[in-house]
Design a protein around this ligand. Structure first.
Ligand code: PGA
Length: 257
């Protein structure tokens, strides 16, 4: 049976000017073309840069994703972007359920479920983000929270191929704080996620990539990638600097070599 693919995803969030986005994408793609890393690389720019980054990505075998998608197919939804539009721009992935959207846009599992359905229907690969807050971690509720985020959004969802779904475990207390989960803390939640996936998608749970996210940097990446169930990273801050992001990809490449 195929192992999960090692994948490094760079979430640029609401950062970078058009010129900065072009330079960053160009540096990463030129490096990727020359180095040919064994880990997949995905850049996730803000919507206005999507097509531009898709074009640049083609040179270096770098895929592109969107940071969000509408919970509707099309029509009168001012300000929204549909899964089909994202796909037509040449993007292959979409982040769904990032903790910043859960927190600031009040997105909950019933909405996220609809987004997941439309994204899969359009042929996008979904990176579904889960993770507990600091209060929940202190109360030892991380498994209960992550379990319910997975079950409520994914139970009964028709996923046709294992590559269509990725899970990103991002403990909220580690995002943008510099406080990374220890490899042991991450590994035990990833193992739990793998078990949950086995009940949700028994046919291919073992092949789904489970990424870790939250203050991943070049100096902590290899420690995380040493665990069997940590199949890459969702990187925020460090994805905005070509050298840091490339060093994280190299850590992933080494882990699978
Ligand atoms: P960070 O963000 O790497 O800056 O902690 C990760 C994320 O929000 O995906």
């Amino acid at each position: 049976m195929n192992k999960p693919e090692m994948i490094i995803v760079g979430n640029w969030k609401m950062n970078l000017s058009p010129g900065e986005a072009e330079t960053l994408a160009d540096e990463i793609c030129r490096w990727s073309k020359a180095f040919k890393p064994k880990a997949g690389v995905v850049l996730v720019p803000p919507f206005p840069y999507l097509q531009q980054v898709v074009q640049i990505g083609k040179q270096g075998g770098v895929a592109v994703g969107a940071q969000n998608v509408a919970a509707a197919k099309g029509g009168a939804h001012t300000g929204e972007v549909s899964a089909i539009m994202i796909k037509d721009c040449g993007a292959k992935y979409v982040l769904i359920g990032h903790s910043e959207r859960r927190q600031y846009q009040y997105e909950n599992e019933s909405l996220l479920r609809v987004k997941i359905e439309y994204a899969l229907e359009a042929g996008l690969s979904v990176v579904y983000c889960v993770g507990e807050t600091l209060e929940q971690r202190k109360a030892h509720r991380q498994f209960e929270i992550v379990g319910s985020q997975l079950n409520q959004a994914l139970m009964g969802i028709a996923v046709k191929r294992p590559r269509d779904l990725l899970i990103a475990y991002e403990p909220v207390w580690a995002i943008g704080t510099g406080e990374v989960a220890t490899p042991a803390q991450a590994a035990e939640v990833h193992k739990f996620i793998r078990r949950q996936l086995a009940t949700l998608f028994p046919m291919f749970a073992a092949q789904i990539s489970i990424l870790y996210g939250g203050s991943v940097k070049p100096d902590n990446a290899s420690g995380l990638f040493g665990s069997e169930n940590i199949n890459g990273a969702l990187v925020g801050g460090a994805s905005l600097k070509a050298e840091e992001f490339i060093n994280i990809i190299i850590a992933a490449h080494v882990a699978v070599s």
